[in-house]
Design a protein around this ligand. Structure first.
Ligand code: SME
Length: 160
């Protein structure tokens, strides 16, 4: 296993340990944000947005204050919800409709959180480094979100 793959393997173990005994989705989003912000290098913002009606609403995060509501389909985050696909953007300035919450952000990785095939939230990770996220980052963080999704079924307020 490469160092980077090993890093994500350990991060997955820590994530599972953090969320496995807690059923509150907000508490789990908060701790996962903190874990990622502490361990990922060259990252200036990590957090969740929840899908509420036809908007994304800011959830637990680490980093500077951010946009509170994003219409579905707008920006990198809204595009992730609409397509249901991971958005791995090397240069956000080339992304049509990117929403610049922090002008210093240059790269972004957004992963959908799904329950029964429906996107209920997204995990957004921002970096000041162009092309910060490669395929190993994407796969490692998808695995982490999958662990989060598996735990959602047991969470009290997953759909709020
Ligand atoms: N840049 C995102 C908005 C969220 S912030 O980066 C925290 C977007 O274009 O959707």
């Amino acid at each position: 296993m490469s160092n980077q793959a090993e890093f994500y393997h350990e991060l997955l173990g820590q994530t599972k340990a953090l969320i496995s005994n807690e059923s509150d989705i907000i508490a789990n989003m908060a701790n996962v944000s903190a874990l990622l912000f502490e361990h990922l290098t060259e990252v200036n913002w990590v957090g969740f947005y929840r899908v509420i009606g036809d908007e994304l609403v800011l959830g637990p995060f680490q980093g500077k204050v951010a946009c509170i509501r994003i219409p579905l389909g707008k920006g990198v985050c809204g595009t992730c919800v609409l397509t249901g696909e991971v958005q791995r953007i090397a240069d956000v300035h080339q992304f049509d409709g990117h929403i610049a919450c922090d002008a210093s952000t240059n790269a972004e990785l957004v992963i959908p959180v799904k329950v029964e095939g429906k996107v209920v939230a997204i995990l957004d990770i921002d970096s000041r480094a162009f092309d910060r996220f490669d395929l190993v980052d994407e796969q490692g963080l998808i695995s982490l979100v999958q662990a989060f999704e598996q735990n959602i079924a047991a969470m009290d307020n997953a759909h709020v």
